[in-house]
Design a binder for this molecule. Structure first.
Ligand SMILES: [Fe+2]
Ligand SMILES: [Fe+2]
Length: 230
């Protein structure tokens, strides 16, 4: 490679970096995280919280003595601060749903249901936080708590799957490349304002600690055995 080629490549790289400043950069790598990837990886954190809930429901039903209210409290607190107060209220309800409503179409038809599910999710989180604060689960409460742990899990599995495949792609389609970059930047600002740091990385490590305590950190335990021969 001659000096001219080398310089052209360096200049092109610098241009890309400048063009990319509107998008969020992840501390460790300096690589961009755009608004949609941001939203979807937040769903990943929430999915991990829901898998923790699913494990708690199974423990409650199998042997309530193995259920730890403190872990319910920690998971519900993360769901509240990261999922409800930030992802749902500050991003989806303020910046995504209003635009989709205006644009109309199949994705807009989901918005009322998604908002109603956010609201119901908050009510269920209130119930989890209240239950965790009491510190002990009475035998009469076991099935009700397990029912709502599973219920929230099922609701959000459907909810986030529709957002990932219909709502976010439709939202991205409405926006110009420039608008999307600006919103990626804005989302980063909101995250910093809300958490004072990288809220995503902190949420991932908090979930990892809950998973450790629940005994679900090693995911190889969830690989099923070989199926029977057909
Ligand atoms: Fe949502
Ligand atoms: Fe969402």
């Amino acid at each position: 490679m001659n000096e001219f080629d080398r310089r052209s490549i360096i200049a092109a790289g610098a241009g890309l970096l400048v063009a990319g400043t509107g998008a969020k950069s992840s501390e460790s790598s300096g690589k961009e995280v755009g608004a949609v990837e941001d939203l979807m990886r937040e769903h990943g954190v929430l999915r991990r919280a829901l898998l923790a809930y699913r494990n708690m429901a199974a423990k409650l039903r199998a042997n309530p003595a193995n259920f730890d209210p403190e872990l319910l409290g920690r998971t519900a607190t993360l769901f509240r601060t990261f999922g409800e107060d930030y992802h749902e209220k500050k991003l989806e309800e303020e910046h995504i749903f209003p635009l989709l409503r205006q644009a109309g179409g199949p994705a807009a038809a989901y918005v009322d249901t998604l908002v109603a599910q956010h609201r119901r999710g908050r009510e269920i989180t209130d119930y989890f936080l209240g239950t965790a604060r009491k510190g002990a689960i009475g035998s009469g409460e076991v099935e009700t708590l397990a029912y709502f742990l599973d219920g929230l899990d099922l609701m959000y599995a459907h909810h986030a799957a529709r957002e990932d495949t219909v709502v976010f792609p439709a939202w991205k389609n409405i926006l110009s490349a420039r608008q999307l970059e600006d919103l990626s930047e804005l989302f980063e600002e909101i995250e910093r304002r809300q958490f004072g740091k990288d809220g995503f990385e902190e949420a991932v490590s908090r979930m990892a600690r809950v998973e450790d305590a629940l005994g679900i950190a090693n995911i190889s335990q969830f690989t099923p055995p070989l199926p029977p021969n057909a």
